[in-house]
Every structure is written in C-alpha cells, then in structure tokens.
Design a protein around this ligand. Structure first.
Ligand code: GLU
Ligand code: MG
Length: 446
C-alpha cells in the first residue's frame, strides 16, 4: 500500500503542485479535472466528484446518491507529465455510491483481468498506435500537416520523417520519462501518418499507457501547430490508422501459456489456439468495440483501398505472419489487427479477454491456418475457404454485439445498453446526413 503522505511528498519534491485526475469515457476519450496536490489523500481515498450524466455512457441519474461519479486515483499510476511541468497525471477508475462503478471502462477491464487472475493468468498486450499529424486548411478542413509528404508509397519514408523529428523526439522523451520503453517510431503508409511503438505490458498497464500516449501526443502536436488525429480513416484514398494488439497469456511463474511446447508445434499452444478461436468466433461483436465509429468501416474494406494495400483486415481468418488476416499468428502470441485508432483500449481489451476465455471454456478450434494473401484472393475462393466477412458498417457491428451475450456480459448491463443506445444514435445521425459525395453524384443527375 502506498502511503498517501509519502507519495504527496515525493511528488512535491519533483515540483508537482497539481494532479490531473484522469479517467476515460465510453468513447475512449480522456476526461478529468485538476486537483491541488494537497488534496491527493482525498483523491486516493474517495476520488474527485463529477456530475455522472455529463459523462458519456454512464447512464447515471441527475439526482440522488447515484448522480455523482467519483474518479478515484490508482496510487500505482501517478506520474509527473514531463510536457506539463508541475502537473502529474493520476489514472482513475470510476466509483459510484462508494462502490466500483460497473460501467466505467477501466472497471470493465479490471473485471475481465480478474477473471483471468482466477485461473492464475495475466494477459499481456503490446498496443501499436498509428496516427496522423494534420493541420487546419481553408474552412477548417483537416489536411496532412506536412505539404511535402507526397510519396506514392509512403511507408518508411525517410524524406518526410525528419520533418517531424522534433515532434517525435519530444513525444519519445515524454513517454520514456513516464517509464514507457519506446521501441520504434516510423512513417506509415499514408501521407502524414506515423506509428510509435512501446514495449508490451500487463493489459491494464498497456491501456493506461495508450491513454498517456494520446494525452502527450495531443498536447505536443498542438504546440507544433498541428492536430494529432486517431481518426480511423481520414482520407478515402489513403490507408487508415490501425491500433494492433499483440496478445499473449502468462502464468504466475512468468511462463507464457500461449507459447507452444516445441518449435514444430506451430505458433501457439493448445490454450493459445483456443483463445484465438474464441476471438475469431466473436469477431463480429468485437468489431463494435474495436472499430467503434462510422468511419471505422471505411478502413475494414474488402479488396484494395485506393492507395493499393490498406493492410486492414476484411475477413475473419488467422495465419502465420499473415498481415492480410484479422489475426496474424507469431511464435507465442498473435497480433489482433482488427482494432482501429478510435477504439477505447479498456473496452477492446475486455472484449478480447471475454472472447478468448469463451474459446478456452468451449475448447474451440480455430481451424486451419490461412496462408493466402486475402487482399488478392477472389471472393469466391474466400467464401470456399470459409472466411466470413467482417461487419461492413457500424450498424452491422452493433447488431452483432447485441446478439452476442458473451461480449455484452463482459461490458455489464449498464454499459452494454448505453453503448448500443449511443452508438445506434451515432449511426442514425450519420445515415441522415447528406454528404458532399451525394450532392455531387445525385444533385443534377435525375
Ligand atoms: N494502417 C494499417 C491498418 O489500418 C496497418 C499497417 C501495418 O500493418 O502497420 O491496420
Ligand atoms: Mg503499422
């Protein structure tokens, strides 16, 4: 147990005067308030109070004891934010009426990891954020920040990368000073698109780290006059931003339980294959959590995108080092390529765990490896191989979520119904919107 007075003194010695009590809403957006360091004890014990119904997805009433949402700090996750001297970030979980709040996304993930812990397991994830650096053009439209970033095939572009080196270096330094082990920074396959990788960790820590990464990147990009964007597919003719998860299970002795007993036994152990099979089986419902926006489905398209290869999955399939499938298997782990950059990392991970555990409990078999290039395989051959198409719209994904009791149960009743209600509204709002494309196509056509 961390002693609050000692923690307060340690932070004061580091020049901290204010704590950002930060939690994550249903949409995966960081929210919070500033709390003077002197009030740290209360933040750890009770939490900072917020009007419950003002937070997306809580379903809390406007009056009575349940109207108040308390963001209670996790003592193990309080750290100065190097890009904001004097301020420390405290990762918080939601509490209502003195109890853990069932619809807080971080509590949802904590419940899921507790189910694993009952079996003596921990899930580790390495989350890989891809993102765009944009600027506002005429009329507020968003464009790549770097005008000169124009290669036909921009992956690993070393002409453009140095022009963002100052931003990337600041981000890198901020993350390292917060204890993240930064592995690589590169230019991705779209104009103005980059990726930053940091070392894998326990699932809850990785989700907390991703939120830290977003906080730092938004703040630092703004200082450089840019807009940091994790929109899944900002430009129709360019690849979108994925948020791939590298996934493995570990036991209490630090042994990887998804690793095969021998090298010739394939990539995964029996437990690993069952976990993988569960993720395959629940892929349609998982789409709602891993690709949760209208825009997400412009990334998960069949065939090649306008840019050539989009590297985003369209079919439910798995195969060794197969980047064209939803699940790419690697020795001892798999890469879940479904999530995009708009996913709430807590909810996506909780859904993943529920799906994987269901696969283990039902001893599901993932079927044969897919060795094909699914971006080239004709639709008839895909169908013959039995690879189902992922939902092709938010609407379809929400139908799949609603029909999947395993994933809904992992979210809990309140969050499942709030998620479905709010996301259905988002879909309807989009469907009723008349776009520039429609006007151009139909305006004078008939
Ligand atoms: N940007 C691609 C996606 O949307 C992934 C590219 C890669 O494999 O790094 O998933
Ligand atoms: Mg990438």
């Amino acid at each position: 147990m961390t002693d609050p007075t000692e923690l307060q003194q340690r932070l004061a010695a580091q020049g901290v005067h204010t704590v950002l009590a930060q939690f994550t809403d249903m949409h995966g957006v960081a929210k919070g308030k500033y709390v003077p360091l002197a009030k740290l004890g209360e933040l750890l014990e009770t939490g900072a109070g917020f009007a419950g119904p003002s937070i997306w997805g809580t379903g809390l009433p406007r009056t009575g004891p349940r109207a108040e949402y308390y963001a209670r700090a996790d003592a193990a996750r309080i750290q100065p934010m190097p890009w904001m001297p004097g301020y420390a970030r405290a990762v918080c979980s939601g509490f209502v009426d003195g109890q853990p709040f069932d619809a807080c996304p971080r509590q949802v993930l904590q419940r899921a990891t507790a189910r694993l812990a009952e079996r003596g397991w921990a899930l580790k994830t390495g989350i890989e954020p891809e993102f765009f650096l944009l600027r506002r053009g005429d009329g507020g439209t968003l464009l790549p920040a770097d005008d000169a970033d124009r290669l036909d095939k921009p992956s690993y572009d070393l002409k453009s990368l140095p022009r963002q080196a100052a931003f990337l270096r600041e981000l890198h330094e901020a993350l390292e000073r917060c204890g993240l082990d930064v592995l690589q920074l590169d230019h991705e396959d779209a104009h103005g698109q980059y990726e930053v990788n940091f070392a894998f960790d326990d699932a809850l820590a990785s989700a907390d780290h991703l939120m830290l990464f977003k906080l730092a990147a938004h703040a630092l990009a703004e200082r450089h006059g840019m807009v940091f964007s994790m929109m899944p597919k900002p430009f129709a003719n360019q690849p979108g931003s994925g948020l791939h998860f590298h996934v493995s299970l570990w036991d209490e002795d630090g042994q990887c339980v998804t690793a095969p007993a021998s090298r010739d036994a394939g990539c995964l152990s029996t437990v690993g294959r069952q976990f993988l099979a569960g993720v395959l089986a629940h892929s349609p419902a998982l789409c709602a959590l891993a690709a949760p926006t209208v825009n997400s489905y412009k990334r998960l398209v069949v065939g090649e995108s306008l840019s050539g290869t989009s590297w985003a999955p369209a079919y439910v399939a798995h195969g060794p080092n197969n980047r064209t499938a939803t699940l790419r298997t690697l020795p001892g782990r798999f890469e879940w390529r479904l999530p995009d950059a708009s996913a709430n990392p807590y909810l996506a991970t909780a859904g993943l765990i529920a799906a994987g555990l269901d696969g283990i409990d039902r001893q599901l078999d993932p079927g044969p490896d897919c060795q094909d290039d699914l971006f080239r395989l004709p639709p008839a051959a895909v169908q013959a191989a039995g690879h189902a198409l992922l939902p092709q719209s938010l609407d379809e994904a929400l139908d799949a979520l609603e029909a999947d009791p395993v994933i809904c149960h992992a979210l809990g009743d309140t969050l499942a119904s709030e998620f479905l209600r709010l996301k259905r509204m988002e879909w309807i709002e989009f469907a009723r919107h008349v776009s520039a494309w429609e006007l151009q196509r139909y305006g004078a056509a008939f």
